[in-house]
Structures are given as structure tokens and as C-alpha cells.
Design a protein around this ligand. Structure first.
Ligand code: MRU
Length: 346
């Protein structure tokens, strides 16, 4: 299954809003269409958003016919504004723009080459993180995950689900507990679907059943992805992650965040500076089966939260581990020579 691909001059996206009922693919031939698809959640998950935006940026260079100034900035801006929290989006668009600006020949060719490179690198990074993270799980156990940080959220294999896939193959995972992840249901619609297809034992719970589950089942790890990692190691991820991290600590389970270095934003000093996307309250009314808001009731729909670095045991990246993350360890992961996945920080 491929969430994003480039096929015959178009960005092709698996429409994740329709899963698991239907596997429908949308063929997008303009940068605006890609931006709209990102905003509308056709594609979601920080790395997959970045890859789709990279292909969208390549389309922008094609649409502007090689004009180095002109409308290209406006098209790239539309992509950058599609969703505010995932730092992979800005990282990918910036890389494609730099490649096109440095090109001596056709700008579209250079932009598309870079986008394809970003896509291929993401898959390789996921496999590297899968190995590193799985090695941390030293005995067969149950684990918890949240939202969907799998193949659907990335170029393939997944970040948190990449670790889970590898650890299961190593005989270190007995069961995965996944919360629904209201209101978009990424946990029930996407994570359960992915894991069940791979034959990995998964149990679905409502988000509010997690406290009871921690008491009864004693999972050893909470394993999640990230949308943005601030310079001090604070992590923005799907709403509900912070509560799960606090629960995990209370019950003696460890917290593992798995994300490629493209998710680290060294310019954002800490979690309080991370822009948290707020989506329409109608999403909450809809999942509750209510046609519209109730008069007099306010609704708030923040779709990410921040887990402070002190609640995280380890951040697993393609460039190594940051155990008990802090500013120094995060900046170390971004050093030019930090490409060796054997490097460990403690
Ligand atoms: O709103 P979404 O579905 O884009 O949110 C996705 C998440 O929060 C994921 O956990 C995160 O992007 C990591 S995906 C590898």
C-alpha cells in the first residue's frame, strides 16, 4: 500500500478519509490540488504530508514554466499553509525550492528529482529507525500506540509502526493496544487496518479506556510518532499523546517517540511555540452522530498536543537516539556528521 506516489506526471494519493471501507486513489495534477488534499486530510501524517508537498512543489515549478520568480512563491506558500503543525511540510518544500533554485537546467526536472529523493530517503529512514527502536525492547511485551504513524503516514513502513513491525518480527511484541483517536479515527480506521493486514495482534479501545487498560494490561512501552520536535525535545503529536505519556509514566511504562530528523524543528525553541492546528468543531459533532452544534455549547477541536521532553524516555531518529532528550541532544542529532545511526546519546 502506498499513501503517496508519483505516476505519469501526477501526484497520486490514497484517499485516507475512505479507509478502510474503500481503497480509492486521487490523481492530482496541480500544486493547488495537492495543497487542498493535504488540508482536507486525503493524505495525513507528518512525513507523508512532506512527501506530498514535495511533489506539489515540483508541480508548482512545472505550472510556472521555469519562471524563477513570478507565481512560484505564491504556489509554494499555498502548500506551506496547508497544515500548520507538521514541520516535515516546510522541510520538504524548502528542499525542493533549494534544488530548483540551484538548477542550471530545467527547474521542474530538478524539483521532481529532489521530491523523489525525499520520498526514497523517507522509506530508508523508517527502516533504520525500525531497527534502532526495536532493539530497545528487550523482552516480549504489550505496547500502546496512538493515531497512525505507519506506512500510511509516511513514504512506507512507518515510524512508530515501523518499530512495532520490526519488534514484532524480532519476537518482542505480544500485542498492540491502539486508541480510536477521535475525531478522525486514525487509530481504528488506519492503524488497526495496517496491523491486522500484517497479522500483528492489535486491540482497539476508545481513547477514554486507556487509563483502565494501563492498570489491567501493564504495557511496557508507549510508541508514537511526532509532527514536530522542538529544539528542547518537546514533541507535538496527535491530540491525546500527552495524556498517554503521563499515564505511561504513572504506570512505569516507557515513552518512545519515533520520527525522522526532518520532523525536528531547531527554530522552534520549545513546545509552547509549536503552532497547534485547530480544526472545525463540526468534526466532533459529526463523530458524535450529531448533525450540527447544540445551541449554547462551545466546541474546541485542537488536533495536536505537546508532550514535554521530561515525559519522554527516548526519541528514535534515523540519526540515532536521544535518551531523556534535551537541547544538547537534539542539536547533536542535527549536526552534519550525525548520519551514523549507531551513534547513541545517553
Ligand atoms: O492529523 P494527522 O492524522 O496528520 O496526525 C498524524 C499524527 O499525529 C502522527 O502521529 C504523526 O504525524 C506522525 S506520522 C509518522
Amino acid at each position: 500500500m502506498r499513501a503517496v506516489s508519483w505516476e505519469d506526471g501526477a501526484c497520486v494519493l490514497l484517499d485516507q478519509r475512505r479507509l478502510p471501507a474503500e481503497e480509492t486513489y486521487l490523481r492530482l495534477e496541480s500544486s493547488i490540488a495537492v495543497a487542498r488534499a493535504i488540508g482536507d486530510m486525503v493524505v495525513r501524517g507528518a512525513p507523508a504530508i512532506g512527501i506530498a508537498a514535495a511533489y506539489g512543489a515540483a508541480l508548482a515549478y512545472q505550472e510556472e514554466g521555469g519562471d524563477r520568480a513570478g507565481g512560484i512563491q505564491a504556489r509554494l506558500r499555498t502548500l506551506l499553509d496547508a497544515r500548520p503543525t507538521a514541520s516535515n511540510l516546510k522541510w520538504a518544500v524548502t528542499r525542493v525550492r533549494a534544488a530548483a533554485e540551484a538548477a542550471t537546467g530545467d527547474l521542474f526536472d530538478a524539483a521532481l528529482r529532489e521530491a523523489c529523493g525525499i520520498h526514497a530517503e523517507d522509506v530508508a529512514m523508517n527502516h533504520a529507525m525500525g531497527r534502532l527502536g526495536a532493539d530497545l525492547i528487550d523482552a516480549p511485551c504489550a505496547v500502546v500506540t496512538h493515531c497512525n504513524a505507519g506506512a500510511l503516514a509516511t513514504g512506507g513502513f512507518g515510524t512508530a509502526l515501523g518499530v512495532i513491525r520490526q519488534a514484532y518480527a524480532n519476537g518482542r511484541i505480544e500485542r498492540v493496544f491502539a486508541g480510536e483517536t477521535r475525531p478522525w479515527q486514525q487509530g481504528s480506521r488506519l492503524t488497526c487496518w495496517e496491523l491486522a493486514r500484517d497479522g500483528i495482534p492489535v486491540t482497539l479501545l476508545t481513547d477514554s479506556a486507556m487509563g483502565q487498560m494501563f492498570r489491567r494490561e501493564r504495557p511496557r512501552w508507549l510508541i508514537v510518532g511526532a509532527d514536530r520536535i522542538a529544539a528542547n525535545g518537546d514533541v507535538a503529536n496527535k491530540i491525546g499523546t500527552y495524556a498517554l505519556a503521563v499515564l505511561a509514566r504513572h504506570h512505569g511504562a516507557k515513552v518512545m517517540v519515533v520520527a525522522p530528523h526532518s520532523t525536528i524543528d531547531p527554530v522552534t525553541p520549545g513546545g509552547d511555540s509549536i503552532p497547534i492546528e485547530e480544526r472545525s468543531g463540526d468534526e466532533i459533532w459529526a463523530i458524535s452522530g450529531l448533525p450540527a452544534g447544540l445551541p449554547g455549547a462551545l466546541v474546541k477541536n485542537p488536533v495536536f498536543d505537546v508532550t514535554p521532553a521530561e515525559c519522554i524516555d527516548v526519541i528514535v531518529t534515523d540519526r540515532g537516539l536521544a535518551q531523556h532528550p534535551d537541547c544538547q541532544k537534539i542539536s547533536w542529532l542535527l549536526e552534519d556528521d550525525a548520519g551514523d545511526s549507531e551513534k547513541l546519546s545517553s
